[in-house]
Design a protein around this ligand. Sequence first.
Ligand SMILES: [Mg+2]
Length: 280
Amino acid sequence: MPNYECLLFDLDDTLYSLSTGFFTICTKNIEEYMVQKLGIDEKKVQEISPVLYKTYGTTMAGLKAVGYNFDYDDFHGFVHGRLPYNLLKPDPVLRGLLLSLPIRKVVFTNSDKAHTARVLSRLGLEDCFERIICFETLNPTNKGNVPVEEDDTELGVPRSSTISGTNEYMSEPNDSSVLPRTPVICKPFEESFEEVFKIANINPQRTVFFDDSIRNLQTAKRLDLHTVMVGSSHRIEGVDHALESIHNIREALPELWEAEEKSENIAYSGKVAIATYVKA
Ligand SMILES: [Mg+2]
């Protein structure tokens, strides 16, 4: 059993329950944004939105890749800004668990800074983490924004570099087709994790990663993180532990608290040694 030195937590549907309904509301808000702000036909939205999500990690990353031009903050304000945050209640149980864990704790979320801050504040967890890595951390500017010169965006058809904002393309894993690469850095892609390891000085082999998304967990596993699925007690490939709720962390992973016991023992023996030395 490795000696863990960092716990990396997803935010949405991991530190609070899926039962808040935020996920469903966000999905609806994203679809409304595509219709109202990007002028995409409602039927087309239903068709392309799951494909963009699946291919590019988030629908937003996919929209950027296929050439839509919009401001990240405007998108986040529309999608997250209107969530009923009053539904989120303080979680003193989770707070107690987090504060008792003798290991550094970092949040890694695809969500934006304002949403992350509001969620953590509503849950009463704003001071439980050493560091928050959110959308803006990995995507510090709106540099993906470039003027759109055409409006014939078709998913799966590579756009010219002047339209997509990048001259790089990505190939579909199980398909010979070539897709435009998104300028957005996000989970579940390895690049985002590697960036997080650098920013937060994380050794993946000594880190436990908590997330509700199987594809995020599978990338994490490939990168040598120890993985914990939250929101389901059903263990699947790529997952070392599965928790129905983040509240079950102590029962499932008691070893995370062992670092404290060990360090207490060391501190105690240190005191004894000093006392002996003084006496002599
Ligand atoms: Mg999540």
